[in-house]
Design a protein around this ligand. Structure first.
Ligand SMILES: Nc1ncnc2c1ncn2[C@@H]1O[C@H](COP(=O)(O)OP(=O)(O)OP(=O)(O)O)[C@@H](O)[C@H]1O
Ligand SMILES: [Mg+2]
Length: 268
């Protein structure tokens, strides 16, 4: 069996793990739009939906159907220039995933080992919530992952920071930046309403000692685009929201790779 290409120190791929300290903050929306922004900037991008229980990436990209197996392995589905793999491609509509931990572990391994990813510049990963089995498996299979935390502007930063820092430490992965989502709503007259409060992203970034990479506005087009499988970055490139996602993508490119590679955690 071939090894997992992403666990090799010579892998050209930067693994961008998008996580959050709590649910519903827009982690999947950010993952999808960030991945497309990276692709639009000329990068080859894979998108791995590692949220195996709560997958939402297929719907957000308008993807359905089962991937086919070719000579180089299982071919990811493609949309908006991304190569995509998700548990959602393998379970019937609306059926819950009720697999036990070891089966999920195996499925994730296959997503990395048996899938023909090519050698993308970025693998953007919609991480499962928390520090459960799946998150631990992912960190073992993707030992060079860089963790980015999505948060909302509520000043609950301290708790989220503690949880995120705890997670990164437990997974032994570097935290590299914070992305604030739902930062404000811009009325047609240009007035900004900070519906979910303000300052949460900046505070969290400060607590964690990493940069705040961007603030994504609260806009109907993000929700609608997610529901319709037409992500805002691709559908409305001149919008405020698309510009915010592109800024985050540019800044992640600018950060460059993490220097430390943890060979001790390598899993083949
Ligand atoms: N900036 C935004 N503006 C408007 N709607 C948004 C924004 N970000 C996310 N949403 C909407 O909020 C809902 C939750 O977002 P999403 O599914 O991306 O969150 P999540 O953190 O991945 O959730 P879960 O924890 O369930 O995986 C979705 O309906 C999404 O379309
Ligand atoms: Mg999600």
């Amino acid at each position: 069996m071939a090894g997992n290409p992403f666990s090799d120190a010579s892998s050209p791929t930067r693994v961008i793990a998008v996580s959050s300290g709590k649910g519903g903050v827009g982690k999947s929306s950010v993952t999808v739009n960030l991945a497309i922004a990276l692709a639009l900037a000329g990068n080859r991008v894979g998108l791995l939906d590692a949220d195996v229980y709560g997958f939402s990436v297929p719907a957000m990209l308008g993807l359905s159907g089962e991937p086919v197996t070719g000579e180089g392995g299982v071919s990811p589905l493609t949309a908006f220039g991304l190569s995509v793999m998700s548990m959602g491609f393998f379970v019937p509509d609306d059926q819950p995933v009720i697999w036990r931990g070891p089966m999920l572990h195996k499925a994730l391994e296959q997503f990395l080992v048996d899938v023909d990813w090519g050698a993308p510049d970025f693998l953007v990963v919609d991480m499962p919530p928390g520090t459960g089995d799946v998150a631990l498996s992912m960190s073992q299979y993707l030992p060079a992952s860089e963790v980015y935390v999505v948060t909302t502007p509520q000043p609950a930063a301290k708790r989220v920071a503690q949880r995120s820092a705890y997670m990164a430490r437990k997974l032994n992965l570097p935290l590299r930046g914070v992305i604030e989502n739902m930062s404000w709503f811009s009325a047609p007259d240009g007035t900004r309403y900070e519906i979910f409060g303000q300052g949460g992203g900046a505070q969290l970034a400060e607590e964690l000692g990493v940069p705040l990479l961007g603030q994504i506005p609260l806009v109907a087009a993000i929700r609608e685009g997610g529901d319709a499988g037409r992500p805002v970055v691709a559908e409305a490139p001149s919008s405020e929201a698309a510009a915010a996602f592109r800024q985050v993508a540019d800044r992640i490119v600018g950060l460059g790779r993490t220097r430390v590679f943890r060979s001790e955690l390598r899993v083949n």
